[in-house]
Design a protein around this ligand. Structure first.
Ligand code: SF4
Length: 304
């Protein structure tokens, strides 16, 4: 039994059985690439804007349908989350967004519509559209905060300040939409103090969950250029584990922790090598929590 609220356990409790994610490439782009917010994108972001494993040659409908067809042959679950993963999945007109979300919600066994996006691409009209799906399924919005430090945000070319995040969360809260925030451990120049600030910042928001990612250097990114130029050195595995334990023990006990590390797509990892050791990282985190008799949120009150 894990010492933190895992997504797997949360889904089992809420839906009575295992629920698996169908990751979708909805054919979006990102305002941080096309010039609306910036150019070049976040320094760690790859050419596909995440979801590198998804077959983007298929339509949204085909992506969901082929996944569900494969389930008939080799079933892994009977309930599903459709997760719009690549790029910024609210960056379009409301009419086009509706078409895209409708194209994915093709089966009653889909229990969650989950949309990954940026806080500066959330407004009232979009939130109203998302809320309109709540009579069919649960609706989640995943926001890539990464850090509460606006200097780091500028360094990684995130393209918005922390107050955008606060405004987006408050608007989504108003409409009863679950918000999952992404944070990254190991960003350039960040120390444990920055992790403390980010954790405290997250605790000040009404969130349903947090995804904790490790920063890895992926081929084809600006971060890879910085790494090769000697402008960026990844943190060590020990630092990662210690800082992730800090985050888990200080994040609100109410949050669901969707992940505690990050996966680089196969064949694209430049550094650090330890990032490949996902199981070892998770086991070490568990061991530290067990040995100290710590659990999620044990020190939460110290951050508020
Ligand atoms: S906001 Fe997301 S999709 Fe856009 S550049 Fe940053 S990480 Fe990539």
């Amino acid at each position: 039994m894990r010492k933190y609220n895992t997504l797997k356990e949360y889904l089992k409790q809420k839906y009575g059985e295992s629920v698996v994610k169908i990751c979708i490439d909805g054919g979006f782009t990102c305002p941080n690439r096309d010039g609306r917010s910036g150019y070049g994108g976040c320094i760690f972001c790859g050419e596909r804007g995440a979801g590198e494993h998804i077959d983007a040659s298929q339509s949204i409908y085909e992506q969901v349908r082929s996944y569900l067809e494969a389930q008939k042959i080799r079933p892994t679950a009977n309930k599903f989350i459709v997760y719009f993963q690549n790029f910024t999945n609210t960056y379009d007109s409301v009419t086009s967004l509706k078409k895209k979300y409708d194209a994915a919600l093709i089966d009653d066994r889909i229990v969650v519509l989950s949309v990954g996006t940026r806080p500066d691409c959330i407004d009232k009209e979009i939130v109203e559209l998302l809320a309109s799906y709540k009579d069919r399924c649960d609706v989640w919005v995943e926001l890539g905060l990464q850090t509460a430090n606006d200097n780091t945000a500028s360094l990684i070319n995130r393209g918005y300040t922390g107050d955008y995040f606060t405004r987006a969360v408050e608007l989504l809260n108003l409409y009863g939409i679950d918000v999952i925030a992404h944070m990254i451990i190991g960003l350039p120049n960040e120390t444990l103090d920055d992790i403390k600030q980010t954790v405290a910042f997250l605790n000040r928001h009404k969130l349903a969950g947090v995804k904790i990612h490790s920063l890895y250097v992926m081929e084809g990114t600006q971060l890879a250029v910085m790494y090769r130029n000697g402008e960026f050195t990844p943190i060590t595995e020990k630092e990662y584990v210690d800082w992730a334990v800090y985050a888990i023990t200080h994040l609100s006990p109410e949050f669901v922790i969707h992940r505690v590390t990050g996966d680089c797509p196969p064949g694209l990892l430049v550094a650090p090598e330890w990032n490949k050791q996902k199981s070892r990282i998770i086991q070490t985190i568990d061991k530290i929590l067990d040995e100290n008799n710590w659990h999620q949120g044990i020190f939460w009150e110290k951050t508020i």
